[in-house]
Design a protein around this ligand. Structure first.
Ligand code: COA
Length: 145
């Protein structure tokens, strides 16, 4: 990790995520494509990474009772490769542990698979297509022994 700026992690509101989701995950598409199912659900958490008070990274945790789905993982291009994504995932996993939930999973874009592997996630099954982001793998990590 070659992080030089101090990064702060905080809970944010659903629509705050759009400033990162839009340029990174929905580039060139209408802003309303940044709205995800269950964004406003009471047990959904949105985490933001701030560099000098600017929101530069986001992720969303969807609570499915027995497990948690990580969605909307994105870091602004200029801030990628500095360890911010890894910090966000580690913080998210701590939130999940506090809820006594042991499994985190996501549908990972092919391009992001090496990142998730670096965070300890394993591919499950075959690839599949989703409307945004093309080919994906389901990836999972078990947090409990
Ligand atoms: C994927 C993404 C969230 C990663 O965030 P990031 O801040 O750039 O990643 P980090 O700097 O924290 O990298 C963490 C680790 O993953 C590795 N990694 C990250 N991207 C990688 C890549 N494309 N290939 C190989 N390794 C990669 C880093 O080398 C690092 O490994 P280390 O801890 O052993 O040094 C970010 O690049 C991004 O927003 N990409 C575009 C959107 C996207 O694909 N989102 C995922 C949707 S499923």
């Amino acid at each position: 990790m070659q992080q030089t700026t101090k990064i702060q992690l905080k809970l944010i509101r659903p629509k705050d995520t759009y400033v990162v989701r839009h340029p990174v995950l929905r580039k060139g598409l209408p802003l309303n494509t940044c709205a995800f199912d269950f964004d406003d659900a009471p047990n959904t958490l949105h985490l933001g990474a701030f560099a000098n008070d600017i929101l530069v990274g986001v992720l969303t945790l969807l609570n499915k009772t027995e497990n948690v789905q990580l969605r909307g993982m994105a870091v602004l291009e200029a801030f990628q490769g500095q360890g911010i994504g890894k910090l966000l995932v580690a913080h998210a996993e701590n939130q999940v542990r506090q809820q006594n939930i042991c499994t985190v999973w996501m549908n990972a874009r092919l391009i992001a698979v090496p990142f998730y592997e670096a965070c300890g996630y394993l591919k499950e099954g075959e690839t599949f297509e989703l409307p945004y982001g093309g080919t994906h793998y389901k990836m999972t990590k078990h947090l409990c022994n």
